[in-house]
Design a protein around this ligand. Structure first.
Ligand code: ADP
Ligand code: ADP
Ligand code: MG
Length: 487
């Protein structure tokens, strides 16, 4: 049994993991960089340890500093969250040596799935459909170009070590190939220290459908249904939901069972996500497997009523999946949608917007969950991802769910850095989105307003001011508002 767990992460995911530990009576240890001394995840944990300077490589990515914190606090398990060390096999191996449980799969699974070329080869061998392409045995530009001709255009050049939408280039025409190749390799080398690429046929106007899978230490694997993450900007997810709208039941079942087959073929243990791309013709292909808890896991929790972090903990302790389901069939109940609230400026090419959160307040409603790692006074810095919160709503139907989430996003008050809430609201109320006809080019093709026009903005501010003065006569807000220059 785990009695003390260290969370090797920060922000909303650290807070979210600590919450489950509290529920289960597990002691928690937070780690923090100098930029996060006063962060909610630090306040919430039973103990906390400084792991270095703000730069990730000095703190949250510094394996020896994190190991030192594990030893010092005698934690018996580590949750890596997502990002940072969550997909680094060397971190999992180091913990194994210390006899500390790592809440993730084996280092071998991470190694295999972390390399997109090897995982494609492995999946193909296991009978899982992969996107037609070239696995990059030969990295010579001329050879790659010859292979590109065979695949046909448009195609994707992708980094084998890629992630987070980086190291990926869409190529429309043969004459663009060599220059795109060069820039993909350069970007991959810079972001991942590895310039190796492979080629994939470009699936046109596709949908991104992924499946939540779980494996236990007894050889069992199951799925917790699909999530649709087609609403993306630059290959990065903005809105995610479950179930996937307008997906025939037979196709859903097939995708879910192929995902289980994929995980079984590598004897996967713990939480994982198998990502697929679904073409207009109904054919789907394996894209990659993420060997960690995914950012969008709350939508799955909402529709299944399960706590996936609790599952990770129990699986690591050696429990069987059948103990977790208590023999019950897990079903999809209703609909859940997640929107990622970012400190970024939609009007200025979505550039991250940094600074102090002068005031932040989320609505408190039924069927709404807000996962955040910041509070009024927190600072959005250049060191980390500018995600402020994930807002997740549930509804009996997709329509009810989308309306609830839109209203909640509209009622969110954030003074300080510019955020994308207006943009999110625009997507959630968009007619095509409401019909559920989504695909990965949706945001490029649809005209979604980036920010309110001046008149609406003035109205909104007066409403906000009125609402605030009603609700909170406390100080702080007024000073904050004054600094913001709105009054
Ligand atoms: P996914 O849904 O596949 O997790 P994301 O867009 O959420 O995709 O994340 C892409 C990559 O960036 C992942 O490796 C994820 O772990 C990482 N990432 C996302 N947000 C953060 C964050 N706040 N801090 C650190 N890493 C992050
Ligand atoms: P990452 O590791 O960065 O998450 P993925 O392979 O999961 O990379 O792809 C991210 C997104 O890029 C997908 O969700 C999809 O929108 C787009 N994409 C990736 N491969 C293809 C492809 N072959 N055809 C069309 N779109 C693709
Ligand atoms: Mg992906």
């Amino acid at each position: 049994m785990i009695s003390k767990l260290l969370v090797a992460n920060r922000g909303e995911i650290a807070v979210r993991v600590i919450r489950t530990c509290k529920k289960l009576g597990i002691k928690t240890v937070a780690v923090y960089s100098d930029a996060d001394v006063d962060s909610p995840h630090v306040k919430l944990a039973d103990e906390s340890v400084r792991v270095g300077e703000p730069t990730p490589s000095a703190s949250y990515l510094n394996i020896s500093n994190i190991l030192e914190a594990v030893r010092k606090t005698k934690a018996d398990a580590v949750h890596p969250g997502y990002g940072f060390l969550s997909e680094k096999p060397e971190f999992a191996s180091a913990l194994e040596k210390e006899k500390v449980l790592f809440l993730g799969p084996s280092p071998e699974s991470m190694e295999l799935m972390g390399d997109k070329i090897n995982s494609r080869i492995k999946m193909e061998a296991a009978g899982v459909p992969v996107v037609p392409g070239y696995n990059g045995q030969n990295q010579d530009p001329k050879q790659l170009q010859t292979e590109a001709e065979k695949i046909g255009y448009p195609l994707m050049i992708k980094a084998t070590a890629g992630g987070g939408g980086k190291g990926m280039k869409r190529v429309y025409q043969p004459k663009e190939f060599l220059s795109s190749l060069e820039s993909a390799q350069r970007e991959a080398l810079k972001a991942f220290g590895d310039g190796t690429v492979f080629l994939e046929k470009y699936i046109e106007t596709p949908r991104h459908i992924e499946v939540q899978v779980f494996g236990d230490k007894h050889g069992n694997v199951m799925h917790l249904f699909e999530r649709e993450c087609s609403i993306q900007r630059r290959h990065q997810k903005v809105i995610e939901e479950s179930p996937a709208p307008n997906l025939p039941a037979a196709l859903r079942d097939e995708i879910c069972s192929v995902a289980v087959k994929a995980a079984q073929s590598i004897r996967y243990v713990g939480a994982g996500t198998v990502e697929f791309i679904l073409g207009k013709d109904g054919k789907f292909y394996f894209l990659e497997m993420n060997t960690r808890l995914q950012v969008e896991h709350p939508v799955t929790e909402f529709i299944t009523g399960q706590d996936l972090v609790e599952w990770q903990i129990r699986v690591a302790e050696g429990k069987k999946l059948s103990d977790l389901t208590k023999g019950n069939q897990i079903v999809q109940n209703g609909h859940a949608i997640e929107a990622r609230v970012y400190a970024e400026d939609p009007e200025n090419q979505f550039l991250p917007s940094t600074g102090i959160l002068e005031y932040i307040e989320f609505p408190d409603r039924d069927f709404l969950r807000v996962d955040t790692g910041v509070e009024t006074g927190s600072e959005i810095t250049v060191f980390y991802d500018p995600m402020i919160a994930k807002m997740i709503a549930w509804g009996k139907t997709r329509e009810e769910c989308a309306s609830r989430l839109k209203e909640a996003v509209d009622e969110t008050v954030i003074f300080g850095p510019v955020t994308n809430t207006f943009y999110l609201s625009g997507i959630l109320s968009h007619e095509e989105f409401r019909k559920g006809f989504t695909h990965t080019h949706f945001l490029e093709e649809q005209n979604i307003a980036f920010s309110p026009d001046r008149a609406t903005q003035a109205d909104a501010f007066s409403f906000a001011a009125a609402a605030l003065s009603e609700k909170k006569k406390s100080a702080g807000i007024w000073e904050a508002a004054g600094q913001g220059g709105f009054w």
